[in-house]
Design a protein around this ligand. Structure first.
Ligand code: UDP
Length: 418
């Protein structure tokens, strides 16, 4: 039921040029006395989406700090389970998609199997990410003590915007959450009143040393985007996202179309991947491609077209404006990635986006499609404004959203002496 993810080697020292000496020193100081502390992260997939992206850096850096950190993902889980957990995810973000009794049964049956096959440990700290493995803890309690792993402390890490959940889903899961020793949210604002356990606030981060975030020589970047049919000489608006209704891909196309009349040169690239646990995305991608096919300046591209990390990086770096028109967003890594590349970002007024961008200072927050279109227009019209927003954006990320700060926050959490 589980597979350990093979980790790349990542060193804290390599973060110094971006994050500075101080935070790395702080990590080493925090890690003193926690050498070999065993930390297990569990989530549903090692590919696609923000959580996998985060763990590929956070876990190796925690290891470099001296802890025994590991990452396991679910393995051999039926596809229908991911259809159910997608519904859970959507309804926790407020969609009217209640689960049927059979769907809950499938969710619980898989979690029971996950409990039975749980990585043996012993573990000092276990962090279960998002709703997919959330109910595992309840089923572990049913297993005789001699057969279940010894675990010091359990945390649930919620990456979802939980501010307006569908009550029927949330009420069913809240009891599971309260079995943990603590719940980690991106913002305290996401913790509903039913959460009775300690709430810890930790924001996600990006890794400045990953190929996704390293600068690409401009000429190379231009070649990459040109290979997808984009003219590097003409203005380009980009949204990088999974194909998900919460990311409002059709709203992005509308904002572009409003502006296209005034700016016939404008191009739009919608770049996204299809995650293994995201069957809904396949259908959305199909519809989006269909709706875009009359306009040759709209490019809908996915991993199936050969878009991997270097291509995503090139699109972000060469975009004149990056849009993230999310309706709900726990925290959009794509926003932070673009801000680090000094791009002006126009993002929807979701709670996560507002945590990341200060409107008018290091990007723009918009409430409507018209406003989105107007802000993109303003940025394209005014290169000085674009570079002012971009410079401020980079400093915001350096100060708040790099991997090193994230690792330091986890170490503070692990340290029971404080
Ligand atoms: N991503 C990618 N390829 C794509 C689309 C997205 O590598 O085609 C990455 C993106 O760069 C980011 C992550 O997937 O690092 C998405 O995280 P985010 O928090 O923005 O959204 P989520 O998918 O978790 O809702």
């Amino acid at each position: 039921m589980f597979r350990e993810v093979e980790l790349p080697e990542k060193l804290l020292q390599d973060q110094v040029p971006y994050a500075g000496e101080e935070v790395v020193r702080e990590i080493r100081r925090l890690a003193q006395g926690m050498e070999n502390l065993s930390v297990l992260h569990v989530n549903s997939t090692s590919y696609g989406g923000g959580v996998a992206e985060l763990l590929y850096t956070i876990v190796p850096l925690t290891r470099d700090a001296g802890l025994d950190a590991r990452w396991y993902v679910m393995d051999n889980v039926p596809t229908e389970f991911f259809e159910v957990t997608k519904k859970i995810h959507n309804s926790l973000q407020g969609a009217e998609t209640p689960l049927t009794d059979n769907e809950w049964k499938l969710y619980e049956d898989v979690n029971m199997k996950l409990a039975e096959g749980f990585p043996p440990g012993p573990w000092d700290v276990v962090i279960l990410h998002d709703p997919q493995p959330l109910a595992t803890l309840a089923f572990l309690d049913n297993i005789p003590a001699s057969q279940r792993p010894t675990v010091g402390r359990w945390f649930w890490r919620c990456h979802i915007d939980l501010s307006t959940p569908l009550q029927s889903t949330w009420q069913r899961l809240a009891g599971h959450v309260n079995r943990f020793d603590g719940a980690i949210f991106t913002s305290r604002k996401y913790a509903q009143e039913e959460v009775k356990i300690p709430v810890i606030e930790i924001t996600p981060s990006i890794d400045p040393t990953s190929p996704k975030n390293a600068p690409i020589p401009d000429e190379e970047g231009r070649k990459i985007i040109a290979s997808f049919g984009i003219d590097p000489e003409r203005p380009l608006m980009v949204q990088v996202s999974r194909f998900d209704p919460w990311k409002d891909p059709f709203g992005v196309v509308d904002a572009y179309s409003m502006l296209k009349v005034k700016r016939p040169n404008l191009q739009l690239a919608m770049v996204g991947s299809i995650a293994h646990d995201d069957p809904e995305g396949v259908e959305l991608l199909r519809k989006l491609k269909e709706s875009a096919h009359q306009d040759h300046d709209i490019h809908v591209l996915s991993n199936e077209d050969g878009v991997g990390a270097p291509e995503v990086a090139a699109f972000q770096q060469l975009a004149d404006v990056v849009v993230q028109k999310s309706i709900r967003e726990g925290f959009g890594l794509t926003i932070t990635e673009a801000m680090w590349k000094m791009r002006p970002v126009v993002a929807g007024a979701a709670t996560g986006c507002k945590l990341q961008i200060t409107d008018g200072v290091d990007g723009y927050i918009i409430n409507t499609t018209q406003e989105c279109s107007d802000r993109v227009d303003e940025i394209l019209e005014n290169p000085d404004l674009a570079s002012r927003l971009g410079r401020a954006a980079r400093e915001t990320v350096r100060g708040k959203f790099l991997s090193t700060g994230h690792v330091a926050n986890y170490l503070r959490l692990f340290d029971v002496s404080k």
